[in-house]
Design a protein around this ligand. Structure first.
Ligand code: SF4
Ligand code: SF4
Length: 345
């Protein structure tokens, strides 16, 4: 099987971006390990524990791997970008989390593809979607899918950055793609628009390379952090309930980003009403967000985020639901609700 044949099969499986990288070198792994060692991953253990070293070499996951098929699945829809939406009374959920769990959908398609390839070539394979210790964006770049922008997202020149990434590690030797040039140029829109200034220069201020300080990022606070959100950061979180899209919304390469027609990726929870979210019981939360990425915060983390968003809304009508949250059984929810009340006052 040739690289071109495999890539055509991947396109026919519904993936908009397709390319092949070598399993040998993972450029950027040195920078990644340095980033981890400087503490910029915060409390995200899955990035900093023994899995960090594994990311240096794809073969730590599959010793026989020679090539990696990297795919991108478009998830953008026609809904407006967060900065164009009036969030009066509502909270923002990140675009990628509006629908069912992409891990399941992508894994299904990639596994079917890998089985077909293996049946015709006899190769070994391993399917990965997000959770495996791989430097996915580096591999996608090496496969020719795009460059890594200052906002740290993979950006495709023609199709923007609203993509989920997935991989099939293969024991086949295949022709690999070419990393495209970095087309951020002198643009710093994402750096300037980030409310918490989480996109920071690598090294000295003024350097032209940037990296993410997760410990300052709204996505980190609202999704990854389990305990209290640092108080000084709460006002900057605005009405974000789960994740943040601002550094992608402002990117010029997303101005004309295509939208998906795939029924599995149509939006369900775009900007939910904050009062309704504060009133969700644990059962309601599970039912509302079952099999969506929002489940990751768990109910208590979500209520913590609702309390911050209500406090930041400036809407005094939220004093009543915040008082109810201030009597919640969970200490973190209670404390954030008290904070929300004091901010409204
Ligand atoms: S996701 Fe939001 S907070 Fe995080 S870097 Fe991007 S703009 Fe900043
Ligand atoms: S907003 Fe500008 S600097 Fe940021 S990723 Fe997009 S092109 Fe690059």
């Amino acid at each position: 099987m040739t690289a071109a044949e495999l890539m055509e099969m991947a396109r026919e499986s519904g993936f908009e971006l397709v390319g092949i990288a070598s399993a040998r070198d993972v450029p950027e792994s040195e920078h990644y390990l340095d980033w981890v060692s400087r503490g910029l991953a915060g409390e995200m253990k899955y990035l900093t524990d023994e899995r960090a070293q594994k990311r240096k070499d794809v073969r730590s996951l599959m010793p026989s791997a020679k090539s990696v098929l990297v795919v991108g699945k478009l998830y953008n829809t026609a809904e407006p970008y967060s900065m164009a939406v009036n969030l009066e009374g509502r909270g923002w959920i990140s675009r990628y989390a509006w629908t069912g769990d992409y891990h399941l959908t992508m894994k299904r398609s990639l596994t079917a593809l890998a089985e077909t390839v293996s049946a015709s070539t006899g190769c070994d394979y391993k399917v990965c979607v997000d959770t495996a210790p791989l430097l996915e964006r580096s591999l996608a770049k090496q496969a020719g899918l795009g460059w890594i922008g200052k906002n740290t997202c993979l950006i495709n020149q023609g199709q923007g950055s609203w993509f989920f990434l997935g991989e099939i590690l293969l024991s086949l030797e295949l022709e690999t793609g070419l990393a495209p040039p970095d087309r951020c140029g002198t643009c710093t829109r994402c750096v300037d628009a980030c409310p918490t200034k989480a996109i920071v220069p690598v090294g000295k201020p003024g350097a032209d390379r940037y990296e993410l300080d997760s410990r300052l990022c709204i996505s980190y606070f609202t999704i990854e952090l389990r305990g209290p959100i640092p108080e000084q950061m709460r006002p900057e979180i605005g009405q974000h309930l789960f994740g943040c899209d601002i550094c992608q919304d402002v990117c010029p390469w997303n101005r004309k980003a295509p939208v998906t027609a795939d029924p599995d990726f149509q939006p369900k929870h775009v900007a939910p009403d904050l009062a309704g979210m504060a009133a969700l019981s644990p059962e309601d939360f599970t039912q509302t967000f079952r099999d969506t990425p929002v489940e990751r915060t768990r109910h208590r983390g979500f209520l913590r985020n609702v309390a911050v968003a209500m406090g930041n809304s400036g809407n005094k009508e939220f004093a009543a639901p915040l008082r109810l949250l201030a009597a919640h059984q969970d200490e973190v929810v209670r404390e954030h609700a008290e904070w929300g009340l004091s901010r409204l006052a």
